[in-house]
Design a protein around this ligand. Sequence first.
Ligand code: SGN
Ligand code: CA
Length: 545
Amino acid sequence: MVKAHPGFDALSVSARTVTHTYTTVHRLPLFLILIASFLYLPGCETTTSSEPQQPNIIFIFTDDHAPHAVGAYGGPLAALDPTPNMDRLAEEGMLFRNAFVTNSICAPSRAVILTGLHSHLNSVPTNREPFDSTQVTFPKLLQQAGYQTAMIGKWHLKTEPTGFDHWEVLPGQGHYYNPDFRTPEGRVQETGYVTDIITDKVLDWLQSDRDESKPFMVMYQHKAPHRRWSPGLDHLSTYDDVAIPEPATLFDDYEGRTSAAKTQEMEIGRHMDFNWDLKVRQRPDSNRINLFNRAEELYYRMNEEQREAWDAVYEPKNQLLMDEDPTGDELLRWKYQRYLKDYLRVIRSVDDNLGRLLDYLDESGLDENTVVIYNSDQGFYLGDHGWYDKRWMYEESLRTPLIIRWPGVVQPGSENTDLVQNLDLAQTFLGIADVEEDPSMQGLSLEPLLRGESPADWRDAIYYQYYEYPGPHMVERHYGVRTDRHKLIYYYNIDEWELFDLESDPDELQSVHDSPDYAEVREELLQRLTELRTQYRVPEEEAMP
Ligand code: SGN
Ligand code: CA
């Protein structure tokens, strides 16, 4: 059913920069609007006529939060109860078991979500390009359809946000302590911890700046848990008394894969920095003066009170490390514990703040007509393969957490195992709002899945491509296809292939690309890869060999 609401034909100021022509389902003749209004009289609908009919949307987005660090996804880390509020969201909504990204890195992932287009079509294939803000985005379409829109937190797309009635964003990567914000009126610095401050701003906007005659869509986007994983003052000691379980592949030797797995620079053992990553100021890695200086800059960005609290917790533990002075595997184990504890501490603050938001929705009564989505820009290596960071088409970074609560529509506590991607979110949000999508968008609306349907023609394979090489962590460029059971990856600059059977080798340790037993599977996957590249209009210059 098409739902009319007061702001249906309002055109936003920022939308004037848009060059495309839109069609909107809300441009209806007056008599249809009158009939629709009549249908909404008490008795015909459970809501009152003054309430907006379209659901509100809150998109909660984190940076680098791997699904295996969300309690509801299970696995060894779930035993630590890392995310009680996210787990509550899953109990009240739908958890997507097989949610993937198209390009496992920050700015590209954000551009995909906004436009519903793969990286080769949306102007941001790597973290370096500025987002072309004249493109069609889902916030612009929602805004034109009468939604009030806001973007608060990490943006990372360089150009100014467009399609938002309100925006306050971190410049670049932003800071954990005492962060600056870019706003239409200029830069402001706030005092405190970034995850709390972003949440305060979202709650403020919901409480005081909202036009209650309109439905709203807010993008609530954390910096956390991005490197250098700096916990808030209230979680500095969380997990002090536990040993974080180690992943089976912590001591991976990278055999069984292409040369790409051996030439990366993202190993906990070899590439993590003592001061920058591990917060051991007394033990600078002599060859990384730049990282040492950056860490010191952040140390002095904290105010005295913050620094004292920080030192009181880190200093004694650092002293213990210096006294014991572990080496080899023992040092790697120590680094892993420090890394994971800080990463999970940072996530605890995200989760606490999610709790604040969910409480506010309950208290205000907004919970009933608000769709809440939890998602991250990609997965992350939590010591898996001995790594941190992301970028690869391997499972840990290809996956992203996706939990959607939609009261009255989504079956509470349900799970979906279809292959879905961040590419689908733009159309999903437009579908939820009953606003027509742009015909060029390349995803699939998740609406039928949210309603509990299993469309027979749902996609059987996903396409992935990563472009940022050379660059941080030196992960070779690659593209590939993943089905529910197999994955074919092509490192096109070095002309090397990998094929994994995820059923017999879930950790992707042994490529079977050259095995005669997999000749048929390989041909099928190659065929599917070619089809997907045609379907998604991947340009010729990145052509198959
Ligand atoms: C920074 C980090 C990298 C990280 C990129 C991209 N280095 O360069 O570890 O891969 O961001 O991250 S740091 O020394 O600054 O911490 S992304 O999430 O923005 O894509
Ligand atoms: Ca990221």
